[in-house]
Design a protein around this ligand. Sequence first.
Ligand SMILES: N=CN[C@@H](CCC(=O)O)C(=O)O
Ligand SMILES: [Zn+2]
Length: 452
Amino acid sequence: MHKCHVILERIQRSIPRLERAAAKLGQTEGAGAGSVPGEAGQHGGRAGGAAPPRGTLSRRPRRSGAAGMAGRQRQRLLLENAEQLVLVCGRREPYLRRDGAAGLGVLRAASLVVGLGLAIQQCASYMEIHQAGGGIHFTVEHTRKATEDELFTTLQHRLGRMLRAGSTLVECKSGYGLNLETELKMLRVIERAQKSMDIGISSTYCGAHAVPKGKTATEATDDIINNHLPKLKELKLSGEIHVNNIDVFCEKGVFDLESTRRILQAGKDIGLQINFHGDELHPMKSAELGAELGARAISHLEEVSDEGIVAMARAKCAAVLLPTTAYMLRLKQPQARKMLEEGVIVALGSDFNPNAYCFSMPMVMHLACVNMKMSMNEALAGATINAAYALGKSDTHGSLEVGKQGDLLIINSSRWEHLIYQFGGHEALINYVIVKGKVIYENGRCETTSSY
Ligand SMILES: N=CN[C@@H](CCC(=O)O)C(=O)O
Ligand SMILES: [Zn+2]
């Protein structure tokens, strides 16, 4: 189902841009024949991010300047960031024969204005939406407004869905506040979930997920090092919150290598494990940096260099590959096979966030096999012991061995591979989810008081 995201507050900013587009396209009165398929979708932040309002079409009264129209208000409708805009026709065709129908004028990631004439604009890539104030910044706006209780309810629901899909340990990140107040709000929500829910949680501070509006990357870096991290250290010492890892979005147009180095080193200095976004959209030499700093893990790596792969293998720095992100953002696939052959510890993650709204590690493993050519054994190791290693928890999690905490699934199949092979079949296959030897989920019912 294709989601269209029509956001009121973003409309204010978009109209001038689209009016210029309308002027270029010439006036076409009235609504186009085009339609937007599917339902208005619901964004979800990372586990703990705010769930922004459902998209709704928006109509704005338009003061008509035309004499004949005085007094009559004309509606103006703006639809922004439709994932698909089906125009049906684009050249005033009176009909479409077989060949014509094959196209239907489908635009991807497009916006539409009706009432100024029909203006259609092609939206763009992940980073162009990010730079235009969407993406992470959109979720930040909603997370800053959300209460702790609202964030906790959302997190609880999402962790429940991940548990039912077979996850017993989840890395939960902040990163949708970008200011100290909201980052701490998110980390307190994660702490509350750690204390009240059976699922295992590793907490990550990700205050460098993006450069907040109104700051430069250097100002944001200084704010994180001089204000955020000292406060985190104080709260860790007092026991108020237990943060395990530090993350930075090391990317062109976000945090460069030098800022990333400064932030990660400062996080390491207060006892946090380094586990950051690297080489996702551009070759930043993040992998080389991570190996040098003793990073526990680096995620994404679609654009990692050959030298970075060798450095990660040597440093035992885990590569956390995210098949859903590569799939949904149509990125080139990370070189899983090359990493495996070079001896890199390859882990898998869901990268759950508005761009990768996937709760299911079985589906992540399936995509890793199909799109990254990993074997089912390599995928299972990636989603269990190597994922635990990436979080510094492979001494207690990730395998069934004496002395470990006893997390396991019981599935109704004679072959474990069916958990990967049956794409999307995990909830029917999983009979029991057990954490620390305790049945937390059985056949569609959560067994513990902490409702999921
Ligand atoms: N790349 C940056 N961070 C997330 C996306 C977060 C968002 O767009 O809300 C990721 O890892 O995919
Ligand atoms: Zn991320």
